[in-house]
Design a protein around this ligand. Structure first.
Ligand code: KG4
Ligand code: ZN
Length: 338
């Protein structure tokens, strides 16, 4: 079964063809980074216009690269939530139109289910496990019992982890996109140059929650308070100290979830899952089986959407063609299922 997956929730126009939820026949990602760079962040209006301009050539390229024609495709999947409304509507409407015109089944996919599925495109992973979904908009620790059977254990009470990377990079003028640049700078910095505090949300229902607004404020507005004067305040040292704390926050909550659930397989997904320090720190935990998607599948892509689409379609699920986009997903809250 070959599924065409379309992803346009933020600033990547992406399409892929995936066979049987596993074999990636093509994975085309047209990044809009150069258009948003001068604003040090995604400009929604520019993003939607670029998606509208690029969606047809990107989908055509995905089919060509896969060596298939539209007639060979068994189903069409597109992200419909969460994300930037104008961006989501382009890929979703394109996918629905294609499905209507060809009479093929259509399925609308939750972007975060896609991020979680990314690792499944590269390895066989058994359920249940703990999911670590970390991106520009989300920081989620969840118990995953099936591709769409997810129990949210913890989430951020304020900013998402990727957002903190982006904002710190923007403030210090490191460049855009922030996460990749901080990761790179940090390799030549000393993580002990500053000791930023780890938020203490440890009680009751907040046991697995994370918070990044305090860290962001500390790094941006109170850096002198936490800086060790033995170190020079270089971009590399700032990046390394910030990154160290950002990753520690995630791991501390994840370890609580491991202890409480007894689950030792961790599957990461989302842009921040590309972070080299997060990967290294989790690799040190030899008692855990930590599975990361290949780097190209961490950030937004159509293959992960095609993968989830396959699972739904194989089960007989379809979305009606009046399904619409949704910028926020209220069910991504602690304690609720999916
Ligand atoms: O999953 P993604 O492409 O889009 C969203 O769904 O948000 O994630 C983008 C986020 C951005 O905040 C970006 O700075 C962060 O992922 N990111 C990283 C790295 N690569 C991307 N953060 C830390 N280290 C990285 N290597
Ligand atoms: Zn994403």
């Amino acid at each position: 079964m070959k599924i065409l997956g379309i992803e346009s929730s933020c600033d990547e126009t992406a399409a892929a063809v995936v066979e049987d939820g596993r074999t990636i026949l093509s994975n085309v990602i047209a990044t809009q980074i150069p258009f948003h760079k001068e604003f040090s962040g995604v400009v929604p209006e520019i993003a939607s216009r670029k998606h509208a301009e690029w969606i047809l050539p990107v989908v055509s390229e995905a089919l060509t690269e896969a060596g298939v024609s539209l007639g060979d495709i068994d189903g069409i999947a597109a992200t419909n939530r969460p994300g930037l409304m104008g961006s989501l509507l382009v890929g979703l409407t394109f996918g629905k139109t294609l499905a209507w015109a060809t009479g093929k089944p259509f399925i609308a996919v939750n972007h975060m289910l896609g991020h979680l599925y990314a690792a499944h495109l590269a390895s066989d992973i058994e359920y249940p496990y703990l999911g670590l979904l970390v991106s520009g908009g989300h920081s989620i620790i969840c118990k995953v019992s099936g591709f769409d059977d997810i129990e949210i254990l913890g989430t951020t009470v304020d900013d998402a982890v990727g957002e903190a990377f982006d904002k710190v990079a923007k403030f210090y003028g490191f460049g855009y996109p922030g996460g990749v640049i901080i990761d790179k700078l940090a390799k030549n910095g000393n993580p002990a140059a500053a000791r930023f505090p780890v938020p203490s949300l440890h009680k009751g229902e907040h046991r697995y929650d994370v918070s990044y607004s305090g860290l962001k404020t500390a790094v941006i507005n109170q850096i002198d308070l936490f800086w060790n004067p033995d170190f020079e305040k270089t971009p590399e040292n700032i990046a390394a100290s910030f990154q160290e704390t950002a990753v520690r926050i995630l791991i501390s909550r994840l370890l609580r979830a491991v202890a409480d659930t007894g689950l030792t397989t961790i599957v990461a997904g989302g842009g921040v899952a590309a972070n080299s320090r997060l990967r290294a720190m989790l690799a040190e935990r030899t008692e855990l089986n930590c599975i990361f998607p290949p780097l190209k599948l961490c950030t937004d892509n159509g293959a992960m959407i095609a993968g989830v689409g396959y699972r739904f379609l194989q089960r007989g699920d379809r979305s009606p063609l009046d399904v619409t986009a949704c910028a926020r997903v209220p069910t991504f809250k602690r304690g609720l299922k999916r």
